[in-house]
Ligand binder design. Structure first.
Ligand SMILES: Cc1cc2nc3c(=O)[nH]c(=O)nc-3n(C[C@H](O)[C@H](O)[C@H](O)COP(=O)(O)OP(=O)(O)OC[C@H]3O[C@@H](n4cnc5c(N)ncnc54)[C@H](O)[C@@H]3O)c2cc1C
Length: 277
């Protein structure tokens, strides 16, 4: 056994069992632990994935300075997108950062390849932070959608009193991951609303009939009034925000101006934020 094979067998404790290409630079990875059990988790939490510096980078990534310790694991946090009920695998929605340390290596993986999956799952960005009698507005750009997929797949009761809305922004229609699943939920669940919006409609090969522009501008046009009959306010709804830092900053500012307050452990509020970077 070579040194690299030995390392893979010892530390790379999980296997990619499925890889779905959403668009260039966006992938859904399903990961299964090899010989150990996944822990219970709350939807919205994150796990940690890792690969050694010696792992190959995908072809479309930037080149990198020489790695000083090729055996050392490069580890990053990823929100779990799969249901907390599905215990046989964890699913992740990952964006390629071409200059990054880990994602170019994750994007070189195919089904059957091994990687490291941390046994611990953490995070406070969960629906437990919101009172049960409040409706939920889940706002994301890009892979910020991942925690919401886990929440919906585990905690949406179709036809229930509690309303859920997903507002998802991406550059192009082809970057709207999970769109078909969310459209199906929207059609089948009277209490679920899905509003995708794209920021570069003029690059679409076929005219885009949906919402366009930045999600924060879209919010100011009161996008849920048609489906819900009212614009969500701090008395009836909690808002979750995850994704691009500029979007988060603008959304928090807008929501505060509408009377919402950012949630913290010490001071409960109706705005819940997950910052990826
Ligand atoms: C709690 C938590 C959950 C996360 N969940 C996810 C997730 O579900 N999916 C996901 O793709 N990433 C997620 N991330 C980000 C992830 O941990 C890495 O930072 C990201 O994958 C880049 O890793 P890298 O080693 O390739 O880049 P690095 O070498 O670490 O470079 C970091 C830089 O990459 C950029 N960047 C980081 N994340 C993104 C992104 N998603 N899209 C565009 N640019 C980015 C930023 O400029 C950042 O400064 C999460 C981060 C945190 C803290």
């Amino acid at each position: 056994m070579s040194v690299a094979q030995d390392l893979a067998a010892k530390t790379l404790n999980a296997v990619v069992v499925q890889r779905v290409e959403v668009s260039p630079g966006l992938a859904i990875l399903r990961v299964v632990p090899d010989g150990w059990e996944l822990t219970d988790f709350t939807p919205g939490q994150f796990a940690v994935l890792g690969l050694p510096g010696s792992a190959r980078r995908c072809a479309v990534s930037d080149s990198e300075d020489e790695i000083t310790d090729p055996d050392r694991l490069i580890k990053r946090a990823y929100s779990i997108a799969s249901s907390s009920v599905a215990k046989e695998y964890l699913e992740f929605y990952v964006a390629l950062v071409p200059s990054g340390a880990l994602t170019p290596r994750l994007f070189a993986l195919a089904a059957g390849d091994r990687l490291w999956l941390g046994a611990k799952v953490s995070g406070m960005f969960t629906l437990e932070q919101a009172p049960e009698d409040k409706h939920l507005v889940l706002i994301a750009t890009g892979t910020g959608l991942a925690p919401y997929m886990s929440m919906l797949r585990s905690q949406l009761t179709c036809g229930g009193q509690r309303r859920f809305a997903v507002l998802h922004g991406a550059r192009h229609s082809w970057d709207l991951g999970y769109r078909s699943e969310l459209m199906t939920l929207d059609r089948m669940c009277s209490n679920f609303t899905y509003i995708p919006s794209i920021s570069r409609p003029n690059e679409e090969p076929v005219a885009w009939g949906g919402e366009s522009g930045y999600i924060q501008d879209h919010w100011q046009r009161k996008p849920l009034e048609a489906a819900w009959g009212f614009h969500p306010g701090p008395d009836d709804s909690d808002v979750f925000v995850c994704g691009n830092p500029d979007m988060i900053e603008s959304m928090v500012e807008i929501l505060i101006a509408e009377g919402f307050k950012e949630h913290s452990k010490a001071e409960p509020g109706q705005i819940h934020v997950e910052r990826y970077w």
